[in-house]
Design a protein around this ligand. Sequence first.
Ligand SMILES: [Fe+2]
Length: 249
Amino acid sequence: MDKRTFLKVGSIAGVGVIATPLVSTLLGCGRAPGPTESSADNSTSGFTLPELGFAFDALEPAVDQETMRIHHGKHHAGYVRKLNAALTNHPLSGQSLEAVLAALTASDTGLRNNGGGHFNHALFWKVLSPAEAHNDKADLLAERIQTSFGGHEAMLEALTKAAGTRFGSGWAWLVQDANEPDRLFVASTPNQDNPLMTGIVESDVQGRPILGIDVWEHAYYLNYQNRRTDYVTAVLSRINWKAVAGLMA
Ligand SMILES: [Fe+2]
């Protein structure tokens, strides 16, 4: 990784690269397989599919069991498998997922789709909760939502709008500003792009993603068909705000 990319990754990680773990580390994404691993590390090298942390049917009726089973076991597992294959003998081998994503350009189609797909889904599983949305958000997150949006409802409204107006497949995000950690904002990206892809997405989208809502049809079609807004509303009622707070820098 060159100096510019290193600085970018440091910036994305938030204030203090050393003090603040990368989001991908907190999500258990693993890291790129590569020659920098010692033979002793080989058993743990490569990106891995994180466990859901709850049963496939735990989110019903908001998200049905069959959708969860296919989404995690087929779609997400496929992104991980193709990502590892694309990184074999690649210059980015051995790097964190943040470093891989920050180094991409628009023409890196395989890494863009599968690296994004891995990170985005790992984040999605992490912030979903089997319980109804609760109000025990960490104080700091609540404060930052208040100062950034004027209140929790306004933030949910912005997320619902971003998810609803994304044309085609993509994601809606709650993002922490890398330069102003107290500032949170809502953004949206197409396909499997995300705010960590600093060589691809616009500067006003870049930052540390702490919540992602999948609006690909594979996330909701079995249960909701074309009713994306109903799905987004249901999913937003199942967010684990404690987990979201834990991903902030
Ligand atoms: Fe998905």
